[in-house]
Design a protein around this ligand. Sequence first.
Ligand SMILES: [Zn+2]
Length: 53
Amino acid sequence: MGKILKTSAEGRKCMFPHCTHILSIYNHEAYCHIHRAHIPQEQKPKISPHANA
Ligand SMILES: [Zn+2]
């Protein structure tokens, strides 16, 4: 314990219309894992998960 993990805000909901899926604080995406795959490529934020390594 005592290790600080970088997490997102608690209780965020999936941005997909009508989806009430609560995102994990460890999920930094705007969509749940279900809808992430349904987002057209051009609407995804162009942020690489390894960008700030
Ligand atoms: Zn969703």
